[in-house]
Write a protein that binds this ligand. Structure first.
Ligand code: AGP
Length: 368
């Protein structure tokens, strides 16, 4: 691995652009293409069929990957998921079933709170499975099993390619779990694999919207507050979008479940607050459209990140629409990571911020 910026101005830009390649590499590690099924690199020392629930813990962006995965484990594998940020999970004294499973997610594999949660799970007699990017890390060494993300070294403090690779591994794991639990048919698995193998190409296509996003970033850079909304798996993507923007541009941003808008945050809406709506054309798209109508009625400036079908249907006056390629909604979070990252990146660059090393932040948080 060459640790340089290549032709890019920042590591973050390079890492955003590497995603089709590294997600493709990660996929080839987890998918048996010839048979259209997931094949984990190593057998796991526990059986998904015997689990009554899955506990997930992580911090920051890795936690948001876990939040997306909750939807996948519940719908694809019919496995109930309990998830918390590691700084809370480690002290909650949660009763964890002996022989149950705790899944931890970490790019660095050295995050202090995540490691402490892993150790707590072990003390309760749980199996531990980690999704990590650094295979020699403490978390990898202390877990009963490790699923590597093959993103390569991530230098930018804002996590990008590690996140999309985490999502890739987690979706493969949910498919594996669905088959092990006898709730996923071979046809459905094949359809999911067909969708997964289109992801690197779709991410490459998503990357071509960069000039458009750069233009949008100029608008966003003028805002004091930005709201991100989404439903279903787009809800954690809204949280991730807001985190990315806060981290590197220092603009205040909040992610909300679109349906929660009317329970408080709608009071914030006026012409000065851009509202970024993440809405692929999925099963909850119509519901998100009614939330967009609520925003539009209060003068909010909507930026829709969605596909052409959705953009044609909603009939709303938006400030801008970033058109993503049409795709199977299950894989949307992996592809939609791209515009979310690019929007934060270009906003920060436009504002002259130190994108790769934002103030007050460390790449890996090894202290509590
Ligand atoms: C992401 O952009 C952050 N810098 C941060 O939230 C990060 O994801 C978190 O600290 C967890 O790190 P890890 O994946 O190395 O455990």
């Amino acid at each position: 691995y060459r640790i340089d910026k290549g032709n890019h101005r920042h590591f973050m830009a390079k890492e955003i652009h590497e995603q089709p390649e590294v997600v493709g590499r990660t996929l080839s590690h987890y998918v048996d293409l010839a048979n259209g099924r997931v094949a984990l690199p190593e057998p796991l020392p526990f059986d998904f069929a015997k689990l009554s629930r899955l506990s997930i813990t992580a911090c920051g962006t890795a936690y948001y990957a876990g939040l997306v995965a909750r939807y996948w484990f519940e719908s694809i594998a019919r496995l109930p998921v309990e998830i918390d940020v590691a700084s809370e999970a480690r002290y909650r004294e949660a009763p964890l079933e002996r022989d149950g499973l705790t899944l931890v997610i970490s790019q660095s594999g050295e995050t202090a709170d995540t490691l402490a949660s892993l150790r707590y799970a072990k003390s309760q007699g749980q199996h531990t499975l980690s999704v990590v990017n650094v295979p020699t890390s403490t978390i990898a060494r202390e877990s009963s099993a490790v699923l590597p993300t093959l993103a390569g070294p991530e230098i930018g403090v804002a996590s990008t390619k590690a996140f999309s690779c985490q999502l890739t591994v987690l979706l493969c794991l949910a498919i594996h779990a669905g088959r092990a639990r006898g709730v996923l048919s071979a046809e459905r698995e094949r359809a999911l694999i067909d969708a997964l193998i289109t992801v690197p190409g779709l991410m490459a296509e998503a990357l071509t919207r960069e000039a458009e996003i750069e233009g949008l970033a100029r608008e966003v850079s003028k805002a004091r507050d930005v709201l991100y909304l989404g439903r279903g798996t787009s809800y954690p993507m809204a949280l991730e979008g807001a985190l990315k923007l806060k981290e590197i541009s220092y603009i205040h941003a909040e992610g909300y479940a679109a349906g929660e808008l009317k329970h408080g945050p709608i009071a914030l809406i006026d012409e000065s607050v851009p509202v970024i709506v993440i809405a692929p054309h999925d099963a909850v798209f119509e519901k998100t459209v009614s939330n967009m109508q609520e925003v539009a009625a209060r003068g909010g400036r909507i930026v829709l990140i969605g596909d052409a079908k959705g953009a044609a249907e909603h009939g709303l006056d938006t400030l801008a629409t970033v058109t993503m390629p049409a795709l199977d909604a299950t894989v949307a979070p992996i592809v939609y990571a791209v515009p979310i990252q690019q929007l934060a990146y270009h906003t920060a660059v436009f504002m002259g911020k130190d994108v790769d090393q934002p103030r007050n932040l460390a790449k890996s948080v090894t202290v509590e």
